[in-house]
Write a protein that binds this ligand. Structure first.
Ligand code: ADP
Length: 512
């Protein structure tokens, strides 16, 4: 070797040694048997050697603890077998003090002269412990941030939910029976539902009487769930709030529970309405069959009487006997009775089908006077007095129908009271309504029958009442007409001292 080349080689070797001795990276070269041919001083030091030369010829399993040696050995297999470099692998290692640290490792295959056979591995690993720790801290911070955001989102979700949310702690008596609960937390909807601004710390019994009785259904269910029973969904009515709730409750820790309250009053009311409608429909159908029975029975009497009278009259005429005016009067009475029965029946059926009122805002005084004039003609002997207020008394009403109501009541007052007794009609005015009163001095109506007189087919059974005929529909019709007006009908009476029938009409201005 010429001296120039020798010098060059010496220089190169010195440089090589300098690199190995000064670098802080772990640099190493392993032969085909995975034995160290050279390595950096840093690597030798963490392996407990004074000088890197002491590492030459050593295998990983002789210098590293078994757990890390295994990792290094296995990761080198593909490099040896397939000639594939290993890039950016993060590996653990133990420093000279035995502390676990981390390196980023790159290992490349070194090929023989044929360019194919792997004859060794050249590797560089750099300590990344501090970087990794910083990354872990960053990741941890990120996780915490995400968690905080999720918690915040959950809190916002709970707060803005339409359903009421409440977290509660059960309160027990000496015998460990649940008697109440106290609110730990609640969302805005719950506060709104119970009408309390901040229910935190308050007892159920203080909150709109949610637990107004120790044995309330809600407390029993809450108690059961808070003591470990599975989550439950149930419906409960809180009467003091006039509300039905669907409650989904579950316990996340013994003695506590979380519950979601959904207001289902509208659905409940709908169901209630439907069952009421069903009952009303059944009632109507019952009424109809009763109606038919009674109508057929009642109509038969005047029809039979009428037909008998006609037969008699016919025979008399055949014999040349003139028809007496009394017979004509009897025929007329039966016809009147028949037509009044038919009119009542028609009215009921019209009302049942839904009658539309023709309401007008106007003075009721002329209507009362006109009605009385007609009755005075029919029953001239009766003393009927209208205590005229002297000015217009206005209300919103259907003239024809109110005339019918008034006629029916006056007609009854004439029918059911002795012929000498007086009838007085009075008017009372209030801001929102007017009241028409019809007072008689007849036998009156007993307290037990007082309310029943407005029912369908309700009739008295005294002689006078029997004689008066009728289906017991008149006052029933009057009541329905008043209901359609948004008004009211009633009677006050004491047996033996006359009856006062009255009806109220709303004054609420002219209908547009
Ligand atoms: P009807 O006159 O066809 O029987 P109503 O419905 O008009 O039917 O009256 C029902 C019942 O109320 C009557 O049968 C009678 O027993 C009672 N009643 C009504 N008005 C009076 C009154 N002024 N005095 C006593 N009883 C009355």
């Amino acid at each position: 070797m010429d001296p120039h080349t020798e010098n060059l080689l010496k220089e190169l070797y010195r440089d090589f040694q300098t690199i190995l001795e000064t670098t802080t990276d772990f640099i190493y070269f392993k032969d085909k048997d995975s034995r160290i041919r050279f390595c950096s001083q840093t690597l030798a030091r963490i392996c407990g050697f004074q000088h890197w030369r002491e590492m030459i010829g050593k295998h990983d399993f002789e210098i590293f603890p078994p757990d890390t040696a295994k990792i290094y050995y296995e990761e080198e297999l593909p490099v040896f077998q397939e000639g594939k470099p290993l890039i950016n692998k993060v590996d653990p290692y133990y420093d000279a003090e035995g502390a676990r640290r981390w390196v980023n490792t790159n290992k490349w295959p070194v090929f023989g002269e044929d360019g194919k056979t792997v004859i060794g591995i050249f590797g560089i690993s750099r300590d990344i412990t501090d970087q990794k720790a910083a990354e872990e801290i960053r990741e941890e911070l990120l996780k915490q941030k995400i968690l905080a955001e999720t918690n915040q989102e959950r809190a916002t979700l709970l707060e803005n939910m339409i359903d009421g949310f409440v977290l509660a702690k059960l309160i027990y008596d000496d015998r460990a029976h649940p008697i109440d609960f106290s609110v730990i937390d609640a969302n805005a909807s719950f506060c709104e539902m119970i009408g309390v601004q901040d229910p935190t710390g308050k007892k159920g019994s203080e909150l709109a009487n949610i637990a107004d009785h120790p044995a309330t259904e809600l407390i029993i269910k809450f108690g059961r769930i808070a003591s470990g029973s599975p989550a439950e969904r149930f419906e409960v009515e809180i009467p003091s709030l006039n509300t039905w709730f669907s409650v989904a409750a579950f316990s996340q820790r013994s003695g506590q529970l979380a519950a979601l309250f959904t207001d289902i009053s509208a659905r409940k009311q709908l169901l209630l309405g439907l069952s009421k409608e069903k009952a009303a429909a059944e009632n109507t159908s019952r009424l109809k069959s009763r109606f038919l029975d009674i109508a057929a029975h009642e109509l038969r009497t005047p029809v039979t009487a009428f037909s008998l009278l006609l037969q008699i009259t016919e025979k008399q005429l055949q014999k040349g006997i003139p028809v007496e005016s009394e017979t004509i009067a009897r025929l007329r009475r039966q016809t009147d009775r028949l037509s009044s029965l038919v009119i009542d029946l028609l009215d009921v059926s019209r009302l049942e089908r839904g009658l539309t009122l023709k309401k007008q805002f106007g003075d009721i005084v002329p209507l009362i006077s006109e009605c009385l004039d007609i009755f005075r003609l029919q029953a001239p002997s009766r003393s009927m007095t209208f205590h005229h207020p002297g000015h217009a008394v206005e209300a919103n009403f259907d003239r024809e129908r109110v005339f019918q109501v008034l006629s029916n009541i006056i007609d009854n007052a004439i029918k059911y009271t002795p012929s000498g007794s007086r009838i007085d009609i009075e008017l009372e005015e209030a801001t929102d309504r007017i009241r028409v009163l019809i007072k008689d001095r007849g036998p009156g109506i007993s307290q037990s029958k007082l309310h029943a007189v407005f029912g369908a087919f309700e009739r008295g059974s005294t002689d006078t009442e029997e004689r008066a005929g009728g289906l017991g529909l008149g006052l029933f019709i009057c009541k329905r007409i008043m209901e359609l007006h948004g008004g009211k009908i009633g009677v006050t009476s004491q047996a033996g001292s006359g009856s006062t029938f009255y009806f109220d009409l709303p004054r609420n201005g002219p209908t547009p």
